[in-house]
Design a protein around this ligand. Structure first.
Ligand code: SF4
Length: 470
C-alpha cells in the first residue's frame, strides 16, 4: 500500500494567493455581517437571545456528557444498518478511509465540504494513497482547482473575486468563462455532474449527530451534499466527537441559529438527515468519530467551550483583524477568532501559539456567536498558556518575552516602579530615536521594525495627564 503522510503540512500551496484578496475579503465579510443582522432583526432580538442561551446550554450539556451520548449514538447507527469507527488521530482516519476504499475498489471519491477533513489534511493523504478526491462544494471546488486553501469556515473562496474565478476556470477547465456568477456556477455544475456520476465513494463531514436516533445532519446550500451521500454506493462520514447532540429538539434550536449566522438565511437550502443505510441510498454507511485532541480540550475548564462551536463563520465575518488580513494569514484550516482559539489547542501552542495574540480583544466575535462562546476570555487564557505554560503545554514564548511580560506586570501594579521604568526607557531609546519614531531597533527587538516603524516611547503621559485634569 502507498505510504501515507505522517505529518500534516497546512502551508501547502500558500504561494497561490489571489492579488485581490484584501478587497474581496473586506467586501464579502461586510455583506455577510449585514445579512446576518437583518436575519436577527426578522426574528427579533429578544427571541434570538433566548435561542443563543438555549443553544449554549444544550451544547455545553452535550460535550460534558459525551460518555452518555456517544455510546447511544453508536448503538443507534448500528441498529440502522451503519458501521461506526473510532479514530484517535489523523493517521487512524487515513487508514480507515483507504481500507474502506480498497474494499470497494473505489478510486474516485466525491467530497462534501468538511472542516474536519481540512483539519486532518485528508485530501493530501488520499492523493498519497492513489485516490482521487474531488471537492464538490462550489467554494471548495474553486480553492482545490487553484491549489490553494479555504480561507473561511463556511465560505472557502471568500477571498476570490469573480474576475479571478473566471480567469481560473479558463486556465484550468479550458472553457470560455465570463466573470458572471450564474455562468461560473453553471460551468462548475456541468463539470461536477460527471464527477458525481462516476464516483465510487462519497465522503462528508457532519454538522450534528443526533444521539437518540443515530442521525447525521448535513447542512448545505448547493445540493452537492445530497449528491455525494446518495449517488455513490459507499458513504463515509468523518465527524468530530463534539458534534453529538442529545435529540431532535436540540437540532431544531441549532438549525435556527446556524443558517441565520452563516448566510443570513432563515433556513439553509438543503438540510439532509441520514440515519444508517436506506434502500434508495448507498449500500454502506460508515461513520468515523474523530477525537484528534478534542478530549484534551474538554479537560481544560477554561477553554472547553471552544467545542461548542457550530462552525457558522459569523465570528470571522465581524472580526476587524480577519476583515483586514483574510483567512490565509492564519496558516491553519481554522481561521478567524474561532481559528485563533481552536488551532493552538488542536495543533499545539508551538505551531499556532501566535494566533491568540492576533486579536484586539474587541469582543465583537462573542457578541455574534450563536452559541455564546466566550472567545476573548479563551484568547487571554491561551495567551497565558503560550507565555507561562500550564498543565497542558510548556511555554513557547522566548525567555526575553516572558521576562518582559513579568516586568510589565510588576511595573503596572506599582506606580513608583512604573514611573522609574518609563524614565529608564526614555533614556535608553535616545540613541535609536529619529524624531517621533524608533525606525530601527537592534535584534531581537527588530522583529517589529523590520516591517514598520515604532512610535517613540512616551515617558511624559502622567505629567500630561496631571496637567490636563488640573
Ligand atoms: S465560534 Fe461561534 S461565531 Fe465563530 S464559527 Fe463557532 S459558532 Fe460561529
Amino acid at each position: 500500500m502507498t505510504q501515507l503522510p505522517t505529518r500534516i503540512d497546512f502551508r501547502r500551496n500558500t504561494q497561490t494567493v489571489p492579488p485581490s484578496i484584501r478587497a474581496a475579503t473586506l467586501k464579502n465579510t461586510r455583506t455577510a455581517v449585514i445579512k446576518r443582522d437583518q436575519a436577527v432583526q426578522r426574528v427579533g432580538v429578544e427571541y434570538w437571545e433566548r435561542l443563543r442561551q438555549a443553544a449554549h446550554d444544550l451544547r455545553l450539556h452535550a460535550i460534558t456528557h459525551l460518555d452518555r451520548y456517544l455510546p447511544l449514538l453508536e448503538s443507534k447507527v448500528i441498529q440502522a444498518g451503519g458501521q461506526v469507527h473510532w479514530a484517535n488521530n489523523a493517521n487512524e482516519v487515513y487508514t480507515l478511509v483507504t481500507q474502506i476504499a480498497h474494499q470497494h475498489r473505489a478510486r474516485r471519491i466525491v467530497k462534501v465540504k468538511s472542516m474536519v477533513s481540512e483539519e486532518i489534511a485528508l485530501n493530501d493523504a488520499l492523493r498519497a494513497a492513489g485516490l482521487d478526491a474531488i471537492e464538490t462544494d462550489l467554494g471548495e471546488f474553486i480553492v482545490q482547482l487553484d491549489g490553494s486553501r479555504p480561507s473561511h469556515p463556511t465560505n472557502p473562496s471568500l477571498h476570490y473575486t469573480k474576475e479571478y474565478i473566471a480567469e481560473l476556470f479558463q486556465r484550468k477547465l479550458g472553457v470560455d468563462a465570463p466573470p458572471i456568477p450564474t455562468v461560473l456556477t453553471d460551468i462548475a455544475r456541468v463539470h461536477l455532474r460527471e464527477e458525481f456520476l462516476r464516483a465510487e465513494m462519497g465522503i462528508s463531514g457532519g454538522n450534528f449527530l443526533i444521539a437518540e436516533t443515530g442521525t447525521l445532519v448535513l447542512v448545505t446550500n448547493e445540493g452537492n451534499g445530497r449528491m455525494c451521500t446518495t449517488l455513490p454506493p459507499v458513504h463515509v462520514a468523518i465527524v468530530g466527537i463534539e458534534k453529538v447532540v442529545p435529540d431532535w429538539d436540540s437540532v431544531a434550536i441549532l438549525l435556527q441559529l446556524l443558517a441565520r449566522s452563516t448566510a443570513g438565511l432563515d433556513l439553509s437550502a438543503y438540510t439532509t438527515f441520514i440515519t444508517g443505510t436506506r434502500p434508495s441510498g448507498p449500500r454502506e454507511f460508515h461513520l468515523i468519530l474523530l477525537d484528534n485532541g478534542r478530549t484534551r480540550i474538554l479537560q481544560d475548564a477554561h477553554a472547553r467551550e471552544t467545542l461548542l462551536c457550530i462552525r457558522c463563520g459569523a465570528c470571522a465575518n465581524i472580526c476587524p483583524i480577519f476583515q483586514q488580513v483574510g483567512g490565509l494569514a492564519y496558516d491553519s484550516p481554522y481561521t478567524g477568532p474561532i481559528g485563533a482559539i481552536v488551532s493552538p489547542q488542536l495543533f499545539g501552542i508551538r505551531r499556532a501559539g501566535a494566533l491568540p495574540f492576533a486579536s484586539s480583544l474587541c469582543g465583537a466575535c462573542a457578541e455574534v456567536c450563536p452559541v455564546k462562546i466566550p472567545i476573548p476570555q479563551i484568547l487571554l487564557h491561551l495567551r497565558h498558556r503560550a507565555v507561562e505554560g500550564d498543565t497542558f503545554e510548556q511555554p513557547v514564548a522566548p525567555t526575553l518575552v516572558r521576562l518582559g511580560a513579568r516586568a510589565g506586570t510588576l511595573a503596572l501594579a506599582r506606580s513608583w516602579l512604573y514611573e522609574l521604568g518609563t524614565q529608564i526607557l526614555k533614556f535608553i531609546q535616545r540613541p535609536l530615536q529619529r524624531g517621533e519614531w524608533l525606525p530601527m531597533l537592534p535584534p531581537p527587538f527588530n522583529r517589529w521594525t523590520m516591517t514598520r516603524p515604532l512610535p517613540k516611547f512616551r515617558a511624559d503621559f502622567r505629567a500630561w495627564w496631571r496637567k490636563r485634569i488640573a
